[in-house]
Design a protein around this ligand. Structure first.
Ligand code: UD1
Ligand code: CA
Length: 456
């Protein structure tokens, strides 16, 4: 039978070094609040129950996590008396009797589900406690993992460590798994007689051993357990996240011509055989189907891109855009809340907003859908196979029929029937000889001015 697992995410930190009006754990990495990354990893590692321990901004933190895991419970920690004290804020959740308890930090968003699953596996094999360790370049400030014969015997906090213990390079990453059955008794046994006067969760190691339980440490990469305390570290974590995602995309069959310049969102769905040119930003909610090419300098949010679509260079796709197979959105085009049919082309300098465009329609350079009247947004419908001449303004609400043709430079205010030609501009007038007359008159005026000594 599957073991029931409770994850407790500690997020009562002050986070003052972020210099932010928002709680630290709500700052986004890849467009998703840090704490949601942690909650997502816990869920992916099979954790069925989730609790968060919150300080200031508790309601906002809870609301963010609830978008990830609906059943989340939050527990306030009113005084910050240490990591064990924080875990005990979630006493009611632990008391429900779970098999595994995972403790995670809300400001460590790169933790991988695989690592959490490995820690749980150690518990499944009979250990009472499993600690995730790592080898930081500089161990200063971390709890040192003191091992004897493959068993973890203690975690010594920097301030309480002897010189010999301080020489240990293997450190506590902060992620801990322990058996739920006797957890509360052991957590309650933790005191605060140490250098910081705090209730250290790390004391659980020695307490569990005294109770005859086996305790083990597993190892993970430094990258994965990087914590965020300021915005320099936030950027470092973002960079690591992006690197990981780019690598995954490439290994999944996506060509990234200059990977370091492509930015993904936490939820970007990108198929094999997509090519992404340099300097492309994927905002939230983007999916790209196979065979599509995203040309350089494109910015895309909440858009679905069909097979063999071509986007950009310099395209901006805004929320609600859906491009069907083989459609094309070219340079300096903006598309918002629009359904673009199969093989339709919007190639140059165009704004399409609140529109449906039929299959194989051709939208000429500089076309604008005038969707906003200063108060309300209106819909433009363009039929299949329609042709919109360059520099036309389509004043919504308006419908251009299937196979209709709009003459260049038109301002279309009335519906155009299927197959009709609409021209909505002044007719051209040619005046013989008048052009030369104007040019000569202007040149004469310029000459007269320089003869009278007046400059320019
Ligand atoms: C802790 C570990 C240390 C480990 C390090 C990894 C303890 C005693 N020490 O030290 O072994 O190497 O993390 O980064 O556990 N928190 C609360 N309430 C509290 C105290 C902390 O919610 O009362 C939260 C913080 O928001 C933070 C996390 O717990 O996310 C860790 O707390 P912090 O004070 O940063 O612990 P460290 O001293 O870094
Ligand atoms: Ca810390």
């Amino acid at each position: 039978m599957a073991r029931r697992c409770l994850s407790i995410i500690l997020a009562a930190g002050e986070g003052t070094r972020m210099k932010s009006s928002m709680s630290k754990v709500l700052h986004p990495v890849a467009g998703l609040p840090m704490i949601r990354h942690v909650a997502r990893a816990a869920a992916a590692a099979g954790s069925s129950d989730l609790s968060v321990v919150v300080g200031r901004d508790g309601a906002a933190v809870e609301a963010a996590v609830r978008q990830e895991v609906e059943s989340v419970r939050s527990f306030p920690q009113h005084e910050r008396l240490g990591t064990a004290h924080a875990v005990l804020a979630a006493r009611a959740a632990i008391a429900e009797g779970v098999d595994d308890v995972l403790v995670l930090f809300g400001d460590t968003p790169l933790i991988r589900p695989e690592t959490l699953a490995r820690a749980r596996q150690v518990l499944a094999e009979g250990a009472g406690v499993c600690v995730v360790g790592f080898w930081p370049a500089d161990p200063a400030g971390y709890g040192r993992l003191v091992e004897e014969g493959g068993e973890l015997v203690a975690i010594r906090e920097e301030k309480d460590a002897t010189a010999q213990e301080r020489a240990i390079g293997f450190c506590n990453a902060g992620v801990m798994a322990f058996a739920g059955s006797d957890a509360l008794a052991m957590l309650d046994a933790i005191g605060n007689a140490n250098a910081k006067g705090e209730y250290y969760l790390t004391d659980l190691v020695e307490i569990a051993r005294r109770a005859g339980r086996s305790v083990r440490a597993i190892e993970t990469d430094t990258d994965e357990v990087l914590g965020v305390n300021n915005r320099v570290e936030l950027a470092a974590v973002e960079a690591l996240w992006q690197d990981r995602r780019r690598r995954k995309a490439m290994l999944d069959g996506v060509t990234l011509q200059d990977p370091a310049t492509v930015y993904f969102s936490h939820d970007t769905a990108i198929a094999a055989d997509v090519t992404v040119e340099p300097s492309v930003v994927f905002g939230p909610g983007v999916s790209v189907a196979s065979g599509a090419t995203i040309h350089a300098f494109s910015h895309i949010e909440q858009t679905s891109i069909g097979p063999n679509v071509s986007v950009g260079p310099f395209a901006r796709l805004r929320p609600g855009t859906r491009l069907a197979a083989g459609a094309k959105v070219g340079n300096f085009c903006e598309v918002k809340n629009a359904e673009v049919g199969e093989g339709a082309k919007i190639n140059h300098l165009t704004y399409v907003g609140d529109a449906t465009i039929g299959a194989a329609a051709n939208i000429g350079a500089g076309t604008i859908t005038c969707n906003y009247d200063g108060a309300l947004k209106h819909l433009t419908e363009i039929g299949a196979g329609a042709f919109i001449g360059s520099n036309s303004a389509l004043v919504a609400p308006v419908r251009i029929g299937d196979g209709a043709y709009v003459g260049t430079g038109s301002v279309i205010t009335d519906d155009v029937p299927d197959d009709a030609l609409a021209i909505a501009r002044e007719r051209q007038v040619n005046k013989p000889g008048r052009g030369r007359e104007i040019i000569e008159r202007n040149k004469a005026a310029k000459a007269a001015r320089s003869n009278s000594g007046g400059a320019a």
